[in-house]
Design a binder for this molecule. Structure first.
Ligand SMILES: [Fe+2]
Length: 258
């Protein structure tokens, strides 16, 4: 069975998913030994609350891509943790989060209106400062004795990346979703890049790795839901819906661009 090996059995990694009720975008809190890797920061008040309550240290933030529904909490997290927040992104992602056009926030209200049929036209245009650690094609890091790799896989957007932990847990952003076609028509998207880079990357992965997508449940690349397979017996996976209590509002980033 995948992941049942001595290394994983002795570690206590937890992956928590916070899903923004407005956009359906996932933020992942990966925690082990009190250290947190935050992937795609949204719902920042909930993230901060969890970090404070459990006395966790934010090691770094990684952005899977530049789209506003995946970075909506970045400014707030940075303001809260100003001196310590290392933000990792591809060079194009880092450039594009500084543009309300390229991070899509300028048009996101219209997009949500089109997709949901609800009135969300007041979504604010906003930008973020660039990342603090930038790479072009690939970045390798050690985190808590785990191998973290970031791979630039453009297609959905110019700055899209895949993030892997020990080549077994894959954060795919919007470049690989369960039973959903990847959108390549946003500004900076490219079907050609997607076919050559992103699609090729994911097709080469073995079936027994976990995919933690930008939208939807964590699943095995082979197709099965992680929760259905009770895989969290080895690595606990906690799911937190952004509005599970019925009290949490979606986080609307504060606009800083007119
Ligand atoms: Fe996206």
């Amino acid at each position: 069975m995948p992941f049942v090996n001595s290394e994983y059995e002795t570690k206590r990694m937890e992956i928590r998913t916070l899903t923004d009720p407005l956009t359906g975008s996932n933020c992942y809190i990966v925690e082990e030994n009190g250290q947190v890797l935050l992937i795609d920061p949204n719902l920042p008040e909930e993230v901060i609350q969890i970090l404070k309550r459990e006395s966790l240290t934010l090691s770094m933030v990684i952005l899977t891509h530049e789209h506003c529904d995946h970075i909506s909490g970045l400014n707030r997290i940075r303001a809260w943790n100003r001196t310590q927040t290392q933000v990792i992104a591809s060079r194009r992602c880092s450039e594009n989060i500084q543009s309300a056009k390229m991070n899509l926030s300028r048009i996101f209200g219209v997009y949500l209106f089109y997709v949901t049929g609800e009135r969300c036209r007041d979504y604010p245009a906003y930008t973020c400062e660039g990342a603090t650690r930038i790479f072009d094609e690939e970045l390798e890091m050690d985190w808590n004795h785990h191998e973290i790799h970031c791979y630039h896989i453009p297609g959905h957007s110019e700055g899209s990346i895949a993030v892997t932990i020990d080549q077994k847990i894959i954060f795919s952003g919007d470049s690989y979703l369960r039973d959903q076609e990847v959108i390549t028509k946003f500004p900076g998207g490219s079907q050609e890049d997607y076919e050559q880079k992103a699609k090729t990357f994911f097709e080469a992965l073995p079936d027994d790795c976990w995919i933690c997508p930008g939208h939807g449940e964590i699943f095995w690349k082979g197709g099965e839901s992680v929760i259905a397979r009770k895989a969290f017996a080895v690595i606990p996976v906690k799911e937190i819906s952004g509005n599970a209590s019925g009290k949490t509002e979606y986080h609307k980033p504060s606009g800083n661009v007119s």
